[in-house]
Design a protein around this ligand. Structure first.
Ligand code: SF4
Length: 350
């Protein structure tokens, strides 16, 4: 059981972050924010995959104006990602952004920050102070965590002076160990909720491994209130990986978990292909349909299969000619290859 760090609860729209609320999954669109149709379409796919907060890049005034139209067509809260131009932060908030992200590396003028905070107070919108390795002047690489903390303290001071505590922090770098170190130190400095992530973590495989280790270690230590897995991939993939990280740490008990064996010479079926098909088939399940976590086992043989997957709610182990359907480790019936996935899907749907 993970003992979560006590953080202040804030609200992004109707979604709570911190204060022992469930760790929230978020992602970011990669469409042109001004293209409302495409952006809404991607957000709908993210919602369906289990994303609970979504961020869009606001590069110019037109993108800030688009927020109102996007928001009217989606169900999850929308976050505006702001860099360099403080006026875009004001415009995004006025157009209905539920939260904004500022980069302390490129909005540094105190009067401008004050204007943003005044506007955020008026509209009751929280702000993420989103530091990353690009936010600080490079000194010594080994001192990156120190530099990030120094910059975070300075920004935090401004927010404290203006009596604004509706903040979330992030201190992301592409280096897993530096990121872990920076978040640990931030967690001691402030009780603000933490948004976890490894920035620019790289292509699919690298990104998943680095994010799982970095985010996983911090969550295990109780640090982290919302997570964003950054992948050079479809943002829907980020959401799927985020869900897997939370579910692996028992921080989410919702959704389908596929358990499958690595295969060996006892396996007389193309299990790799079947499991890939199952992943696609079960990804169609809407999170809303599942009030619980369902473990589905797909095992290559009956010698070890049912035993190794006895914790599964339902599963199939291949015998060579047909599959044995089992529930909670008990054999239920035999199924042929063609019916295998359909049977599993039907049983889970029940
Ligand atoms: Fe091999 Fe059977 Fe274990 Fe799969 S379940 S790895 S096929 S022994």
């Amino acid at each position: 059981m993970i003992k979560r760090r006590k953080s202040r609860k804030i609200f992004v729209g109707k979604v709570a972050i911190g204060g022992n609320s469930p760790v929230v999954i978020q992602s970011m669109t990669n469409t042109d924010t001004k293209d409302v149709g495409k952006t809404v379409q991607q957000i709908k796919r993210l919602e369906q995959a289990g994303c609970e907060l979504v961020r869009v890049a606001v590069e110019d005034e037109k993108a800030a104006w688009a927020i109102a139209r996007i928001k009217s067509r989606i169900s999850i809260p929308l976050i505006a990602d702001i860099h360099f131009n403080y006026k875009l932060a004001l415009l995004a908030i006025e157009n209905g952004a539920d939260k904004i992200r500022l980069n302390p590396g490129n909005i540094t003028n105190r009067q401008q920050i004050e204007k943003i905070i005044t506007c955020a107070k008026k509209y009751k919108v929280p702000i993420r102070i989103g530091l990353n390795s690009g936010s600080v002047k490079r000194t010594d690489k080994s001192k990156l965590a120190d530099d990030l903390i120094k910059s975070a303290r300075l920004y935090l001071g401004v927010f404290k002076n203006l009596n604004f505590n509706q903040i979330v922090f992030s201190v992301k770098t592409p280096d897993v160990l530096t990121t872990i170190q920076a978040y640990r130190r931030m967690a001691e400095i402030t009780d603000a909720p933490m948004h976890l992530g490894i920035t620019a973590s790289g292509p699919w495989q690298n990104g998943i491994i680095k994010s799982s280790i970095g985010i996983g270690v911090l969550l295990l230590e109780g640090i982290g209130d919302t997570i964003r897995v950054s992948l050079t991939s479809d943002p829907v993939d980020e959401t799927k990986v985020a869900k897997q990280i939370l579910s692996s740490l028992n921080l989410r008990n919702q959704g389908i978990e596929i358990i499958s064996c690595p295969t060996c010479s006892r396996c007389k079926i193309d299990l790799i292909k079947i499991v890939k098909q199952a992943e696609i088939k079960f990804s169609n399940f809407k999170m809303a349909n599942l009030g619980q976590r369902i473990k589905v086992a797909i095992m290559g043989c009956v010698v070890n299969g049912p035993g190794e997957a006895k914790d599964a709610d339902i599963g199939i182990a291949w015998t060579g000619k047909c599959g044995v359907l089992f529930k909670k480790g008990k054999k239920v019936k035999l199924v042929n290859r063609k019916e295998l996935l359909k049977t599993l899907y039907t049983e889970v749907s029940k």
